[in-house]
Design a binder for this molecule. Structure first.
Ligand code: HEC
Length: 469
């Protein structure tokens, strides 16, 4: 599943990335026969990844703590409040090093723990050697003021309606696009750090949009956007790869997600602080959902398991399912402790979170129903707000809608060629939005599946040129 997911992303991302990035060419020189002297640490290879993972959450254009932006070499050199953070050749007199070592309070990363000694030693050696920039070519200057320019529609991996139904949030490359939900236009562009946004969730009060994603093989990130101002309130960088399957507790106070390091983590929405990190899975975790009272959580992943655990202690309760194949999606009934999971096997399975008495583990006594087998792997599952309908999407070209109780197929949303990665019911219940590989958002009538609207959610290069000065 994830193989397909990733390779299809890469293909599509690759197409429009070329619009502003130049791929560094491989060094052409032949290897010298002699042992080279031990090289000084490289900014690009050794320093930048550490900053991306541990520092950028608080030091980026949208959130400049201490007036310091650490996302670019130039801004790193410029420094913050206190002036340049680095004195080339002199780690002792470099503020950035002093703060990482705790010689100058407060310790960075703020809130700790300190970076390990070996990493700090690399920073010292880099500064000592002159703190040079060896970034191959740096043309990527995407920011809130210079939003991405697209030459082809990006793969869409996340969609979410605001609780009042007025907005539809759509994932882009390096940004979230806020559309009016009637499809009449773009209301805002929320440009952050992460190349990819994998999940979007509005808090129940509609004030905050939580976006989860990251930059592959670099860092994962949770972004907390304040909708009234369009400002990034907080960015929390976690894990070493994009994060997946973001979900909120019913009261909106906690956010759960999965990582490629097999952990499920829970952070507090108000502070961004980590509350829990568990390791019950044996492979990437791709989906999470809280139970009705916020005290339990179900997570699914590539280890085939749908795991039930306590959200506060992290204690494992049991696997809800019989292990069959990789799972990619989980959704909870809006008013019952019941979940549907799906993935590689193409069959949505509907489980109770509570085992009926007298049924023992392993008997799969929690299974309510297996829905119809889909035409491709499942990537997304969603209940309507009243819990009566279930929509399913994946590698196939259609998104069927089922009666959640009887399992009967009511309608199918068609029009996509293939690869539907995300879907969302409008809170009013009449419309379902779907999107995926093709980079188009399609809005369907729920009762019939009929296509009502179909649009590319990002401004394309040609349009911008046409409307430009
Ligand atoms: C959780 C947020 C957070 C993280 C993560 C973080 N910082 Fe900071 N940083 C701050 C805040 C807040 C300040 C301002 C502190 C003050 O002025 O007292 C600051 C100030 C600084 C300053 C001083 C800026 C100036 O000119 O006064 C440096 C240098 C710095 N941070 C480096 C780092 C480095 C390096 C990392 C990663 C290893 C890091 N920070 C991670 C929040 C953070």
């Amino acid at each position: 599943m994830a193989g397909f997911f990733r390779s299809s992303f890469l293909k599509a991302v690759g197409c429009f990335l070329l619009a502003w990035t130049v791929v560094p060419s491989a060094p052409g020189k032949a290897e010298s026969a002699e042992e080279p002297p031990p090289a000084a640490p490289s900014y690009f290879r050794d320093i930048r990844p550490v900053i991306q993972q541990h520092c950028q959450g608080c030091h980026q254009p949208a959130i400049m703590q201490g007036h310091l932006d650490l996302t670019q070499y130039q801004t790193l050199l410029r420094g913050g409040h206190s002036g340049p953070g680095l004195v080339a050749g002199d780690p002792e007199r470099s503020l950035l090093i002093a703060m990482m070592e705790g010689r100058r309070p407060p310790l960075m990363p703020l809130g700790g723990p300190a970076l390990d000694r070996e990493t700090i030693a690399k920073f010292r050696a880099w500064v000592k050697a002159g703190a040079t920039d060896d970034t191959p070519i740096q043309l990527d200057r995407v920011s809130q003021n210079e939003p991405p320019v697209y030459s082809s529609p990006p793969v869409i991996t996340a969609l979410a309606y605001s609780p009042d139904g007025s907005l539809l949030a759509v994932s882009g490359y390096r940004e979230v696009l806020l559309h009016r939900s009637d499809g009449s236009g773009l209301e805002g562009r929320l440009v952050g750090l992460s190349d990819r946004i994998q999940s979007l969730v509005f808090t129940p009060d509609g004030k905050t949009l939580v976006a989860g994603g990251g930059t592959p093989a670099r860092f994962g990130e949770l972004q907390f956007w304040e909708l009234a101002s369009g400002k990034l309130k907080r960015s929390v960088t976690v894990c070493k790869d994009t994060l997946f399957g973001v979900s909120l507790s019913p009261d909106g106070s906690q956010v759960a997600f999965g990582c490629s390091d097999s952990t499920v983590r829970i952070h507090e929405v108000s502070s961004g602080k980590e509350l829990l990190k568990t390791n019950h899975h044996e492979n990437w975790v791709l989906g999470t959902r809280f139970g009705m009272d916020g005290k339990r959580i179900v997570s699914v992943g590539r280890d085939f398991a749908a795991k039930l655990m306590h959200a506060e202690s992290g204690a494992f309760i049991e696997n809800l399912n019989k292990l069959r194949k990789e799972l990619a999606a989980v959704t909870r009934h809006p008013s019952r402790d019941r979940v549907v999971v799906g993935g590689e096997e193409r069959i949505p399975y509907y489980y109770r979170m509570d085992r009926p008495k007298k049924i023992f583990a392993g008997q799969e006594g929690t299974l309510i129903r297996a829905f119809e087998r889909q035409s491709g792997e499942i990537f997304a599952l969603e209940f309507s707000a009243d819990g009566r309908k279930l929509a399913v999407a994946g590698a196939g070209a259609e998104a069927p809608i089922y009666d959640a109780e009887s399992g009967e197929r009511l309608a199918a949303c068609t029009g996509h060629e293939a690869g539907i990665y995300t879907l969302a019911f409008h809170p009013g219940g009449r419309e379902l939005a779907t999107a995926g590989f093709e980079g188009r958002v399609r809005i369907h009538e729920v009762t019939s599946g009929k296509l009502l609207r179909d649009f590319v959610p990002v401004p394309m290069k040609s349009e911008m040129a046409a409307s430009g000065p």
